[in-house]
Design a protein around this ligand. Structure first.
Ligand code: TRP
Ligand code: ZN
Length: 881
């Protein structure tokens, strides 16, 4: 393993390369342990580049076996090659030249899953961010765009399917049971978008006709026998293609679009031009094996990767500091797609929950960084919730500020100006400034400044004058490397809600710009005065989560109770309830920590019962409203001195109180939501299942016996219900025979299906309580577990560390010890996956002193390990700093 060099990359050091690679012709002679790659690069000096500069190409674990320029073999003195670099001190001075090289690589030994590797016998590649340099020497940077031609040769038996980017060219048979296929991609692209797949795969085919009448062949390649399980993904793909035409006027541009599902994959999926590669968990689904959440993720990720064709591929990033330019924007686009395909408010609530669960702790901890970072040691560690999710929120705010039509005009301008280029965040913002005539310089701080802004609000109402005043103050907390922050432009959507539930039409406003229901904060303090407000309204702020901030508003609980029932904005209804519940749970946790039994206002349980029974609200909304914040959510809101056992008990106490208060309502709902129609994965049906399974949890808690959930498990006819029932039995009644039987039955039934067995691992890894350490440790020995497969590792170790607060944070530190052993074992094979896993310890300083000391010990044990990878070293150093 190449260990950390400590090198830091800085945005301000960006320089264009001295050379360009116009054409890249590749030939692969595939073989499991000894693959040869021939690369012919047509190279030019860049206009304005230095005339004397050497040609320096990137490599990573490469072996060079031959090299020539314009057909002349290079003398050993004319170049120097190491596994990490190829240097040609004096390349030809005149015009362009062709550099031909051959490298030897071993796909079977590639356990990092970057570059060319094998997954279940299938050859596949992952080149983002810097994997192409593991295939051949190259200017492996996103601002070097090249036109690729690829020829693949392989054994017919081993790899009947041969795929690469672009359109299919020649193909045919060769001697010795081998064959070849050629692929041409007419669109210049950076090396990170290169892909190759070769193997024995089944295919699900379809076609799509674009708005301008071009017919596109669609293919999804999966393990033989699983073709049917790709039906939903194919449907999602066609809907994505149509949506991008209708919403952004963006059409597909090649004759073919292929997707391949692979079982060993570091991330979710990858947008390689014309050949998307997917973690199979985001392709394969049917009612037997996938939950409703899986279907929704597949839809979103298929869309995300497809949308990259324009936002990422046609317009790519100048350098990796600009990662959010493609990722934040593409997440925004996939969020909008899912909102249009499903329920907008339900999707929005889920997005906000995800943002708070993943991005807020990142932004508020040692790994905080701006949406556009200025420095990195290991770029793999910057595929973060901040770049993706907060990056999406920033694009959403641009739309909120400019309005939908001007936003669309800005997108059009961005695409028209930069199609075929490698662009920057500044280019992106300039398109919106030019389309709108507005100055976005203060707004741009959302890209440049880390940390979640705090906005605090107090209100006063002067009945005699009919005036309501909001005193609003913003502050951005310090983050690593940024102690002083500048004031931000924060758009706060709002409503003043009258006693009839309607928004009050106030007369005039002073103290801030207010447009279209949005208060624009630009200064530290604003006193925003509304006139024509006779009665004190309930104040509904940050509607739709218009800005990714922490909002603290001093408002009577009665106002929140009112808004939770009557706000015309459904997102804010959910938010008001969430505020009430979270405040109660924080108080309950503190009470428990003080050694007392938490109690809760009966109004809260009544409110929740009323929302459950309100059938004007869609079931999916009610399911979200009735799901209590998770233990990690509560811990995050408490912020310091956290004892996860107290949080757990406080949450259980409230859950029980709600369950007992509303037992009748919940039992009735559980009955009426039963559905014996054929399974359909649509959002409405999924919402009913979700609500019914929330009822099942409450009813099981209230009854104190596993009977209801065990019966639900036995009678389940789809994976959503089966997995939900199993989780309830295993989490609430883990010691009972019912739990043991259900787990055994699930295992026996899905023994041969690793993706389904992942759910079994997850459910057990998340089972609350101290036993989890022993359970997880035993499951690491299970025949289907493997430290080399990222999905298995994330399901067992990742779930334990992120979704099992009481088990992972066991006070004796045994959870951390198990975790560190696993992180270090994974690191030997796959540094990228281990580094991502290690971020589970980032909030260690928020724990109570005993656990904090144990967590620090665990981190220091990793830090003290010799020859750590750059990936893990970077995360651990920053976490401890
Ligand atoms: N660009 C991919 C996306 O759609 C992310 C990704 C996939 C990735 N595989 C990776 C990033 C491997 C780094 C390493 O978001
Ligand atoms: Zn992406």
């Amino acid at each position: 393993m190449r260990s950390d060099t400590g090198q830091i990359f800085r945005l301000e050091d960006y320089r264009p390369s001295d050379y360009l690679i116009k054409y890249t012709d590749l030939v692969f002679w595939l073989s499991p342990n000894h693959t040869r790659v021939r690369a012919e690069l047509t190279i030019e000096r860049r206009e304005g580049g230095s005339k004397e500069s050497p040609l320096v190409l990137d490599g990573d674990e490469l072996v060079l076996t031959s090299i020539s320029i314009d057909g002349q073999t290079l003398d050993a003195s004319a170049y120097s090659a190491s596994p990490e670099q190829l240097i040609i001190p004096k390349p030809p001075a005149a015009g362009r030249f062709v550099l031909a090289m051959e490298t030897a690589i071993n796909p079977s030994a590639n356990s990092k899953l970057m570059g060319l590797y094998r997954s279940n016998g299938v050859y596949c590649t992952q080149c983002e961010a810097e994997g192409f340099r593991r295939i051949t020497y190259f200017l492996d940077r996103p601002d070097v765009l090249s036109i690729y031609k690829v020829r693949i040769e392989a054994s017919v038996g081993e790899a009947p399917v041969l795929l690469s980017n672009g359109n299919a060219g020649d193909s045919g048979t060769l001697p010795d049971g081998r064959h070849f296929a050629e692929w041409d991609d007419p669109f210049p692209k950076p090396s990170y978008l290169f892909a190759l797949v070769a193997g024995d795969l089944g295919r699900l085919g379809d076609t799509f006709t674009t708005a301008s009448g071009k017919k596109v062949d669609l293919g999804i390649y999966v393990e033989h026998g699983k073709e049917k399980r790709a039906t939903y993904a194919m449907d999602a793909l066609k809907r994505s293609m149509r949506w991008d035409e209708e919403t952004f006027g963006l059409e597909y541009d090649l004759d073919v679009f292929n997707i391949v599902a692979v079982s060993d994959f570091n991330m979710g999926a990858m947008e390689n031009k014309g050949l998307n590669l997917f973690n199979d968990k985001y392709v394969l689904a049917d009612e037997e094996t996938a939950t409703d959440a899986d279907f929704a993720n597949i839809e979103a990720i298929i869309a995300h990767e497809y949308f990259h064709n324009w936002t990422g591929n046609r317009i790519t990033c100048r350098d990796w500091f600009q990662l959010c330019l493609k990722e934040g924007l593409t997440v925004f686009r996939d969020h909008e797609f899912s909102a249009d395909q499903r329920s907008r408010v339900v999707r929005r609530i889920s997005e906000v929950r995800t943002l708070r669960a993943h991005q807020f702790p990142e932004d508020q901890g040692p790994l905080a960084h701006p949406v556009r970072p200025r420095r990195y040691r290991e770029i793999n560690n910057f595929y973060t919730a901040t770049v993706y999710e907060k990056g999406s929120e920033v694009v959403r705010m641009i739309r909120t500020i400019l309005g939908h039509d001007v936003f669309r005009a800005g997108m059009d301008l961005y695409i028209q100006r930069h199609d075929g280029e490698a662009a920057t965040v500044e280019d992106f913002l300039r398109a919106f400034e030019d389309a709108s005539g507005r100055d976005l310089s203060q707004f741009a701080l959302w890209y440049h400044q880390a940390g979640t802004p705090n906005v605090s609000v107090t209100s006063t109402h002067d009945a005699a004058r009919g005036e309501l005043t909001l005193e609003i103050e913003q502050s951005v907390p310090p983050t690593p490397l940024e102690s002083r922050k500048r004031l931000m432009h924060i758009p706060i959507a709002f409503g003043l809600v009258g006693t009839d539930g309607n928004d009050i039409a106030y007369k005039s406003v002073e103290g801030a710009t207010v447009e279209d229901g949005v208060i624009h904060l630009h200064k530290r303090r604003h006193a925003v005065r509304f006139s024509g407000v006779a009665e004190r309204p309930a104040i509904s702020l940050n509607r739709g989560f218009s800005a990714p901030i922490t909002l603290v508003m001093e408002q009577q609980p009665e106002a929140y109770y009112f808004l939770a029932r009557h706000d015309s904005d459904l997102f804010s209804r959910w938010q008001s309830l969430n505020t009430l519940v979270t405040n109660a749970l924080i108080a309950g946790s503190r009470t428990r920590r003080g050694g007392k039994i938490p109690t809760y206002a009966s109004e809260l349980a009544d409110l929740i019962g009323a929302i459950a029974a309100d059938d004007t609200l869609e079931p999916a909304f009610r399911a979200l409203a009735l799901t209590l914040p998770g233990e990690a959510d509560i811990a995050r809101e408490i912020g310091t001195n956290i004892d996860p056992d107290c949080v757990f008990e406080a949450r259980e106490a409230l859950l029980l109180e709600i369950a007992r208060t509303n037992r009748g309502t919940f039992a009735l709902l559980y009955e009426t939501l039963a559905d014996d129609r054929a399974f359909s994965p649509d959002a409405e049906s999924a919402g009913k299942r979700a609500l019914r399974n929330v009822m099942l949890d409450y009813l099981s808690a209230a009854s104190g016996t596993p009977d209801l959930a065990a019966t639900a498990f036995k009678n389940a006819t789809n994976m959503t219900d089966r997995a939900a029932a199993l989780a309830i039995v295993a989490h609430r009644f883990g010691d009972t025979q019912d739990a043991k039987d259900a787990l055994a039955e699930f295992e026996a039934r899905f023994r041969d299906d690793p993706l389904v067995l992942d759910k079994w691992l997850q459910i057990q890894a998340a089972a609350p309580g101290g036993n989890a350490v022993e359970t997880v440790s035993a499951l690491m020995q299970h025949p289907s577990f493997s430290l080399g497969n990222p999905n298995r590792v994330r399901s067992l170790i990742g779930t334990f560390a992120t979704a099992n607060q009481t088990g992972f944070h066991r006070a004796d530190g045994s959870g951390y010890r198990l975790f560190v052993d696993a992180v270090l074992a994974v690191e030997k094979r796959n540094p990228q996956v281990s580094a991502r896993l290690a971020t589970a310890l980032r909030s260690w300083r928020a724990l109570e002193p005993v656990r904090q000391a144990k967590a620090r010990e665990a981190l220091i044990r990793i830090a003290a390990t010799e020859n750590l990878s750059a990936d893990l070293r970077d995360i651990i150093d920053r976490t401890l700093a």
